[in-house]
Design a protein around this ligand. Structure first.
Ligand SMILES: [Zn+2]
Length: 360
């Protein structure tokens, strides 16, 4: 039995049949699979989360709804980046049809919206085998919180007319000029994240990897990278791997998730390996966007194998996309928080100011 919803329910007649969580996961996975497939086909030259404009830095690379104050997270970030890349939108602001109408804007006729997801929760009464509500020691009826996904359709600022007079700042693309990897502190924020990490880093050899047993990261020397972005993107990718085993120490999201590295084993089995790589891929994309590092576009031979695995993982279990994006979000926030930064690379209060000012 349902006792409460976070929003008043419409009458049963007028309510559209709710899409199940599984349907929503499947739709999201299909969107991302399509983007990966286009890179494999050569239709697109970049994965949507590896756009040069994501090197914009704190705040600017991330999408938001200025009407509600929402800053998008995890899978919504990936979906909105994908849409911006596909449509060439220069703005990072989104709103529902009504949101834009409320501020005097008008979504242009024929414009297609983008679906973002959010959770809604209901309290369900716990019943025994006879259908009688169960009570706790104090006589209160026991309830259980059940979450279900909902979707909302949003439009980019670029799809809206009638707001010409407003002040707004589009997201400027970063320069395409490669930056010298040996230059000091090319990205102070990325330096801060790497410097604040608990995982020791050794610079040697030609391979970049995280060793779970030793709990250490090995990276080629900086000078081995053609551009600073390549060094940072690689370093941040390995930092995400190193963080997955540490996430149980903290609550980085509302719901605590245990056994993040399922089974506690690193890289066990192809699917588990591919899943963890997907987490590292999304996590480093979030970190690059937060720290102002322009992600590398190249998809090398190694990467093609991953792309194929990722498609397989997402086809076999579409929910894995959502799980990977949550883990990536948590891991990147964990690393950013250690450097005194929020999930978008903005300074956190108090002790974070020092990091920010030395980085400015
Ligand atoms: Zn990796």
């Amino acid at each position: 039995m349902t006792t409460a919803t976070s929003k008043p329910r419409k009458s049963r007649k007028s309510r559209k049949p709710r899409r199940s969580n599984d349907d929503i996961y499947k739709g999201l996975a299909e969107t991302i699979i399509g983007a990966i497939q286009r890179v494999l086909d050569g239709t697109d030259d970049r994965l949507p989360w590896r756009q040069p404009w994501l090197g914009k830095g704190p705040g600017g690379a991330f999408d938001r709804n200025p009407h509600t104050g929402t800053t998008y997270r995890g899978i919504n970030t990936l979906v909105l980046w994908l849409r911006r890349a596909a449509q060439g939108y220069s703005d990072n602001r989104w709103g529902t049809y009504k949101n834009w109408q409320d501020v005097g804007g008008q979504v242009r006729r024929g414009e297609k919206g983008t679906q973002v997801i959010y959770w809604n929760f209901i309290e369900k009464i716990v019943e025994d085998a006879n259908g009688t509500p169960e009570r706790d020691a104090s006589g209160q009826i026991k309830t259980r919180r059940i979450g279900f996904l909902k979707t909302s359709t949003v439009f980019n600022r670029d799809q809206v007319d009638g707001l010409e007079g407003e002040k707004w700042s589009p997201v400027e693309p970063s320069s395409e000029e490669p930056t010298d990897p040996t230059a000091d502190e090319t990205s102070p924020l990325a330096e801060a994240v790497i410097g604040a990490s608990k995982c020791p880093v050794r610079y040697q050899g030609a391979q970049a990897y995280y060793n779970l047993t030793a709990d250490s990261i090995t990276l080629p020397p900086r000078a081995a990278f053609e551009a600073a972005e390549g060094f940072y993107a690689t370093a941040l990718h390995e930092q995400i791997h190193s963080t997955l085993g540490r996430l149980d120490e903290v609550h980085t999201t509302e719901n605590r998730r245990k056994n993040r590295r399922k089974g506690g084993k690193h890289h066990k089995g192809t699917q588990a390996y591919a899943f963890e790589e997907l987490v590292a891929e999304f996590g480093s994309a979030f970190l690059c966007a937060a720290t102002g590092v322009r992600p590398a576009a190249d998809v090398d031979a190694n990467h093609v194998a991953y792309l194929l695995y990722w498609i397989q993982v997402l086809k076999d279990d579409p929910k894995k996309l959502y799980e990977a994006s949550i883990l990536a979000e948590d891991a990147s926030k964990y690393l950013l928080a250690a450097a005194g930064l929020d999930g978008h690379g903005e300074a956190l209060k108090d002790d974070a100011k020092e990091v920010k000012s030395s980085a400015a």
